[in-house]
Design a protein around this ligand. Sequence first.
Ligand code: C5P
Length: 395
Amino acid sequence: MDEKRILLIVGGGIAAYKSLELVRLLKKAGVGVRPILTGAGAEFVTPLSLSALCEDKVYSELFSLTDEAEMGHIELSRSADLVVVAPATADLMAKAANGLASDLASTTLLATDKPVLMAPAMNVRMWDHPATRRNLETLKADGVRFVGPDEGAMACGEFGPGRMAEPQAIFEAILAELQTARPLAGKRAIVTAGPTAEPIDPVRVITNRSSGKQGYAIAAALAGLGAEVTLVSGPVALPAPAGVKRVPVETAQEMLAACEAALPADIAVCVAAVADWRPESVGQAKIKKNGGEAPPIRLVENPDILATLSKGKARPTLVVGFAAETNDVEANAQAKLARKGCDWIVANDVSVAGVMGGDANTVAIVTNTGIERWEAAPKAEVARRLAQRMAEELK
Ligand code: C5P
């Protein structure tokens, strides 16, 4: 890792102070950091602090004769293995998404031929604004990778998504990007995620509270290790992770068909909360209240996607299921492993407040040879560790 170098663009947000800690972590790990500080960034951290920690000159101006003589901005943009923007402000994201080149940071982002990783940081309303959502989608489509933002209390006194990811998480994302060994390169993975929605009539569905966060994080982590990932997703409010092919579905039957269409694969990870039953018949028209008795809804069993993939002819080498339990978590997981015919069950206790829909998870990996209990960790971290374990398994 010694010779790896990043170009760090520090934008103008209160989170800029966290970038100093990020530099410290990177330097400790032997990663070279060349800093670009925007004019707004310099309102939050001083060039001197950044320069001292990076042990390098701070670049700030596009039209600086001395800087250009030493290292032109084109060369600067290509002098590193990775360009990191932390904090990535709404303004920097907007400029990069639209190809503007009005200062050194945006010009560098336009001129670089290196991978780019952004750690957004902004007020929750700015993050939620349709313009920022559009810019995010555009940047993702351009291949920009993202880490964060986190949800939480903000310096402006508000609460919500928009807080810059913690330095440790950005550091890990950088190391993952710098990793030249992509252990899952050439491997294909299918990930199911989110809930299913089973129609009762044209307007009503039976669904559940799955957010899709854990499945999306696993798809992103597998892609990060080089796998070609098909993410078969029920209806969720999440953007598709960069570099992942998303196939949107609604019902369990559609989910199974999409998984089978994505075969052959080396890995299948069934994270989706699939409805066990669906209404036997779907009304062609909206069922009306007619003052009489409530209409009965007869349910029939849905296909079990995990069991079907595990027992199918084109069985992926590694099939992983999830078990969301509220009691006897590990005993139930062991029984499920046998019943479904998969290789691992990742068991989690959803009776713990905040797991469903939340950002953290405590899991145990149940295999034929035993149980591994993992500490509570953010879903993204659980996903990274799982993907790493899967890569080791396939070695
Ligand atoms: O049967 P149960 O829902 O407890 O098992 C959970 C595991 O099985 C999860 O991995 C889930 O994605 C998968 N599953 C499935 N198809 C179903 C039901 C569950 O793939 N119809």
